[in-house]
Design a protein around this ligand. Structure first.
Ligand SMILES: O=C(O)CCC(=O)C(=O)O
Ligand SMILES: [Fe+2]
Length: 279
């Protein structure tokens, strides 16, 4: 099955969306409640931030994981040799945020988190009974009042030609969290791996919202909802001189939420961050 582009206003939206998640790990929403104007303004304002020296004053805190992560310390995807060609900023409502960008980004954080709770309700509603029986509490409840949901603003700089051989914007990886909510970026490049191992572009029309499953939902659903590998490929030709900005919201339950017999959110996250080399 292909990734479905679902109209959020459609009466069967929930069913179609969850079916797409189940079969591909991804679903795409159009006509959704997140205003494109807000997304575009964030892209513009944070591009300015990444172009300024101010970012170096907000360098990330290794314990709290908030703040600015430079290209030099950017993540290395599990099983890969090179660092990704990206810099990013981690926004948590309790964390450091550049003063002039605070109101806007927290407005987005709140709106996207509210929509996310609704999407988790859809996932719950269309989980077979034997799967929902595994959820330790309602999925939407797992993220209620959580301090752990992470909004990452990513900047993939133009390619200089001096990149390490084999380095890419984002090497193939799976997300760690429950669900990821990602507005289409300003440039293409996002791909998902299909069951036969081949890679296809994720439908990313500007204005649409891409949602994918992370490992925590896979864990909580006993594998029913697969977290699929995705990546961001390097542009070529003229596009390689352009920056790409993207804005994933990674939904994380509260620390103590039980995901499975093996893991709480906290124990699971710690294990995964160590693998990424950022903890
Ligand atoms: O930039 C994108 O489009 C995707 C980013 C991503 O997959 C991630 O940060 O986990
Ligand atoms: Fe990802």
């Amino acid at each position: 099955m292909e990734i479905q582009v679902v109209d959020y206003q459609d009466k069967d939206a929930g069913k179609l969306f969850v079916q797409s998640l189940r079969e591909t790990g991804f679903g795409v929403l159009i006509n959704h409640p997140i205003e494109q104007q807000l997304v575009e303004s964030i892209y513009k304002n944070w591009y300015q931030f990444f172009s300024s020296e101010e970012k170096h004053n907000l360098s990330f805190d290794p314990k709290k994981q908030d703040g600015y992560f430079s290209t030099e310390i950017s993540e290395t995807a599990k099983g890969h040799a090179n660092k990704d060609i990206k810099e990013y900023f981690h926004v948590y409502p309790w964390g450091r945020i550049p003063e002039q960008l605070k109101d806007e980004i927290l407005t987005y954080y709140k709106k996207a988190s509210e929509l996310a709770a609704e999407l988790l309700d859809w996932v719950e509603k269309y989980s077979p009974v034997e799967v929902s029986a595994k959820y330790s509490e309602q999925l939407a409840n797992m993220i209620k009042d959580t301090p752990n949901t992470l909004l990452r603003i990513l900047h993939y700089p133009p390619l200089s030609g001096d990149e390490e051989p084999g380095a890419v914007r984002a090497a193939a990886h799976e997300d760690i969290n429950l669900l990821t909510i990602l507005p289409a970026a300003n440039e293409p490049g996002l791909q998902v791996q299909q069951q036969d191992g081949s890679w296809i572009d994720v439908p990313s029309d500007f204005g649409s919202l891409i949602i994918n499953i992370g490992d925590m939902l896979q864990e909580a659903s006993g594998g029913y909802f697969p977290s699929t590998s995705h990546r961001v490929i390097n542009p070529s030709g003229k596009a390689s001189k352009k920056s790409r900005i993207s804005l994933p919201l990674f939904l994380h339950p509260r620390d103590e939420v039980v995901l499975s017999e093996r893991h709480t959110q906290k124990s699971y996250l710690l294990e995964r961050l160590k693998e990424l080399g950022v903890k």
